[in-house]
Design a protein around this ligand. Structure first.
Ligand code: ZN
Length: 289
């Protein structure tokens, strides 16, 4: 069964589980590896060391794509009931909650770190949620994407952020304190290495295919990163604390703005339409009965 991003309504819950009939919940995707490794043993399955974790809808476990499913109470997270269908954004938002948690912990390696500017590359759901959480932190947010018109520039500007269409050249001379790379595009990743301000953090949150080679001035990048105390790191998945942080972030976000992330809703019997890529798509949701 497919489906790692989900939203469900509780039909039945054991006493003492903390859940009641009617609660809206999102199921956590990853499960600790059976050993477990030191990370999984302390609930940080997102940092699993041996790769033997399982994931609902992704790796060795059925997903949530069903009219009814069961989930262990400790792997369910309540979402603010006023979010309604927007609660389905919790899983992708949890990825960004983790990315932000790590970015800020790395930044604080310097006691006086006070980030002011954020650059997000890519204005898909992940990039837009990265920008949302940046705006919630009071940062000056910039977003770069190929789209020249449509919902992406509109949503970015609605956050009070600056939208840069297509060209890296428009960012000439801009050295952000934080960069969140959300495209996985090798040329863009290459361009972001060594690009931040002094003490800056580059968070790599996009997944690329292998064997896409880009020529790099590694000496120059290394020199900049060393002399400017820059960090680049990769991040994936999320643990329970990140789901909770994401639930808080979504609960205080503007509902109309979040609604703009969901470009289409498709009923289950027309599920195949959800897989068609349309020009203005950001996130498409399949609705079950
Ligand atoms: Zn593990």
């Amino acid at each position: 069964m497919l489906g790692h991003e989900s939203l469900g309504t509780i039909e039945d819950a054991p006493d003492g589980s903390g859940f009641a009939v009617g609660d809206q919940v999102v199921g956590i995707v990853r499960r600790p590896d059976p050993l477990p490794c030191p990370a999984c043993a302390v609930g940080e399955w997102d940092m699993c060391r041996n790769g033997r974790y399982t994931e609902r809808g992704i790796k060795q476990r059925h997903g949530y794509g069903a009219e009814r499913y069961r989930v262990e109470p400790e792997f369910a997270v309540k979402v603010d009931p006023t979010l309604g269908l927007l609660g389905v954004l919790l899983e992708p938002a949890s990825i960004l909650a983790k990315a932000w948690d790590q970015t800020e912990r790395i930044g604080r390696l310097a006691a006086a770190w006070q980030p002011r500017t954020l650059l997000v590359t890519g204005a898909g759901p992940i990039g837009l949620l990265a920008a949302l959480f940046g705006a919630q932190r009071g940062l000056e947010v910039h977003v770069l994407d190929r789209a020249r018109e449509g919902p992406k520039p509109r949503l970015v500007r609605a956050l009070g952020a600056v939208y840069h269409a297509g060209e890296l050249a428009s960012l000439e001379g801009f050295a952000p304190d934080i960069i969140m790379e959300c495209t996985g595009a090798p040329s863009l990743i290459a361009a972001m290495l060594g690009r931040s301000a002094s003490g800056g953090v580059l968070c790599l949150a996009g997944v690329s295919a292998a064997e896409q080679r880009v020529e790099l001035d590694v000496g120059g990048i290394n020199r900049t990163m060393v002399l400017e105390n820059q960090t680049a790191f990769g991040t994936v998945n999320a643990n329970r604390a990140h789901y909770r942080a994401a639930a808080e972030g979504l609960a205080k976000a503007d509902r109309d703005w979040l609604n703009g992330l969901i470009s289409r809703r498709v009923p289950l019997d027309r599920w195949h339409e959800a897989l068609e890529r349309r020009p203005d798509d950001i996130k498409v949701v399949i609705e079950f009965a």
